[in-house]
Design a protein. Structure first.
Length: 279
């Protein structure tokens, strides 16, 4: 470990060995996950053989970048004029993200939903990671004190975040943040990546000191306990997607949500209306 940076080689028991692990970040035209567009993406991590993955690119959003967005990430219309459209980048993104362990900060609520909208817009299915780890959710599970924005968390972990709101800088910092927490909280990472994702989403099936279990979460009215409310999230409490965020499942398998909200599904109309409003 040097200059506040930590890598996978610094970990004693790395649960990600032999897996493709990629930190992912987007810069966009705005915050509306349905309407705004990608202007930059970055993928930083390592492949199954340990080789480095470093991919960063500008994307032409085919619409004007608002001045207030450019003020955040520094990317202007002239920067992306000659960049490829999202259609030209989709194959590369899918090739890396499909089957990977994907790490991001607020990725569940923002980056992945916006990415899914981009794929839908060009008539394609989005990539399907095997595991998604959101470091914003992880910070809450680990009860990290203070604010949970990426910059504050990095400062608390002695990680230097230069050039914030550049996709590559944010993705790299997110990955280092995860490795730092793994070294500081080794007990919590004695799980497979799949178990870690479940624990971050809703805890184990029994009460633990770091947060409520699935059974402790409030049932959504009209769901018969099949959907649980966790702050601003809705968690599935049954079936093959048990303990997963409903919005994440909706982005990965929209057909499952269509069934859930259909007459053949298990929800009554109040719960169906609540789910549709959330989507």
């Amino acid at each position: 470990m040097k200059n506040g940076h930590v890598g996978r080689k610094d970990m004693v028991d790395d649960p990600f060995t032999g897996r493709r692990v990629v930190a992912f970040d987007l810069e966009t035209t705005g915050l509306d996950v349905r309407k705004d567009r990608v202007v930059q993406y970055a993928l930083i991590g390592s492949d199954v053989d340990g080789s480095t993955i470093t991919v960063e690119s500008l994307v032409n959003p085919q619409q004007q970048i608002p001045r207030e967005s450019s003020a955040v990430h520094g990317i202007t219309d002239s920067d992306v004029r000659s960049a490829g459209t999202f259609t030209e980048h989709a194959d590369q993104l899918s090739e890396i993200l499909d089957g990977a362990i994907v790490i991001g900060h607020n990725i569940e609520r923002y980056d992945w939903r916006l990415l899914t909208a981009e794929y839908t817009r060009i008539g394609r299915l989005p990539p399907k990671p095997t595991v998604m780890i959101d470091t914003l959710r992880l910070a809450k599970r680990l009860r990290i004190p203070g604010r949970h924005d990426l910059g504050t968390l990095c400062r608390g972990a002695d990680i230097t975040l230069n050039n914030a709101h550049n996709a590559a800088a944010d993705a790299g910092a997110t990955l280092m943040l995860l490795w730092r927490w793994m070294s500081r909280h080794p007990r919590e990472f004695r799980r497979s990546p799949e178990e870690l994702q479940t624990w971050i989403s809703a805890g184990s099936t029994s009460q633990n000191s770091l947060g409520p279990s699935l059974d402790d979460l409030e049932p959504m009215p009209g769901s018969g306990g099949r959907l649980r409310i966790d702050g601003d999230r809705v968690i599935l409490a049954f079936g093959k997607h048990k303990a997963r965020d409903l919005l994440v499942v909706a982005s990965e398998e929209p057909g499952y949500i269509r069934w859930l909200c259909s007459p053949a599904g298990p929800l009554n109309q109040d719960a169906i209306d609540a789910v549709m409003n959330l989507l």
